[in-house]
Design a protein. Structure first.
Length: 368
């Protein structure tokens, strides 16, 4: 079985990233770097050995990492069929990864069988099971709920089909490509805590504990708040959902604003941007400039709000979605080409932290 073979391979993990916040000149190249020693909300110091021996030159380091992701001498996928099962293409992150992964596999000569489950966990399970019956050479799963999806992934393993994942950790996965969600979660939480002066009350959307990135980001929020005892997460927590997210979140926040007068809530946290777009609509229209919003994913609608000086939306995180897709395709090609030892258990790509001071430059440099 694939899982047994993988267990016999020495376990490796690619570089973990420190708490990075990219601002100001050189943002585009800094966003691609493997760097160390950065502190919250400070310019990124360049270190000599951090990016493949480039002597600290940001441009050279960025090129080096781009070549590692996109131009590595990985085997062709000619004659191979790769199944893709995405949980959804509802938000920008999953849509871009889904589209770019297909393109990257096809550029390497592979054939793609692509499915997306419209954010329905049951359909996601069925999609994976249907792919197993078609016997592709590998399957790539993009996002998912661990509780519902794991039995289907065991079927992939039992069938001897190599499994790869994007932003979804699984015991059956040969490789998971992801951003460092521990870094994202802790930086998001510390930024929020510092911005509200280390004290106050926050509302948290926490509807997806089975989705690993959200679980990790929320856990990091809890860890950070241990050192900010004057910050309280208001109960009950808000429950976000996939379908009708913006309108549902807007209504929930409107209900909270009626319940909580000015001064009773300082910020709203979410593990992704979509609920906070609705939250911002409610807060901004109510003129509640005492409340600030903090999310993840750099959704276009969220970036529009962050770019608006009058909006309550303060902070989000851009992930390198195109590079994540390219890296996953590269890992599939390496694995199927007999180079399993070159495929780590986890490939981490650097997140890019965005606030009102750098949002326009981020959009320009990353094309988002």
């Amino acid at each position: 079985m694939v899982h047994t073979d993988i267990e016999s391979i020495p376990r490796r993990t690619e570089c973990r990233f420190p708490n990075l916040l990219f601002k100001g000149a050189g943002f585009a190249v800094a966003a691609a770097l493997l760097v160390t020693g950065c502190s919250l909300k400070e310019p990124v110091p360049q270190s000599g050995g951090a990016a493949g021996g480039t002597g600290g030159d940001p441009a050279a380091a960025a090129v080096a990492q781009a070549e590692e992701v996109d131009l590595a001498n990985a085997p062709s996928l000619e004659g191979k069929t790769i199944g893709i099962a995405a949980k959804d293409i509802v938000h920008d992150f999953s849509r871009v990864v889904y589209e770019e992964l297909q393109a990257s596999i096809e550029e390497r000569g592979g054939k793609v069988i692509a499915t997306q489950a419209e954010a329905k966990d049951g359909k996601h399970v069925t999609d994976v099971e249907n792919l197993v019956t078609q016997r592709p050479d590998a399957i790539v799963v993009i996002l998912g709920d661990a509780q519902t999806l794991t039995p289907a992934l065991k079927k992939v393993d039992d069938a001897g089909i190599p499994l790869f994942t994007v932003d979804f950790q699984s015991e059956y996965s040969a490789n998971n490509v992801t951003s460092d969600n521990w870094v994202i979660g802790s930086t998001l939480a510390r930024t929020l805590a510092e911005d509200i002066g280390g004290e106050g009350k926050i509302l948290a959307f926490n509807g997806f504990p089975g989705v690993a990135p959200c679980r990790i980001r929320y856990s990091e929020l809890e860890v950070v708040l241990e050192d900010y005892p004057e910050i309280e997460i208001l109960q009950p927590e808000l429950q976000d959902k996939y379908e009708g997210t913006i309108e549902d979140a807007k209504k929930q926040i409107q209900d909270q604003l009626r319940r909580l007068p000015e001064g009773e809530v300082d910020a709203v946290w979410s593990c992704w941007d979509i609920p906070l777009i609705g939250a911002a609509q409610a807060i901004d229209s109510a003129g509640r400039d005492d409340i600030k919003l903090y999310g993840v994913d750099a959704e276009p609608g969220a970036l529009d709000l962050i770019a608006d000086p009058s909006s309550s939306y303060q902070f989000t995180v851009a992930q390198q979605t195109k590079a994540m897709a390219a890296k996953s395709a590269e890992n599939v090609a390496l694995f199927l080409g007999g180079r399993e030892a070159d495929v780590p258990n986890t490939s981490y790509l650097t997140p890019v932290f965005v606030d009102k001071s750098n949002v326009n430059q981020v959009r320009s440099e990353l094309g988002i």
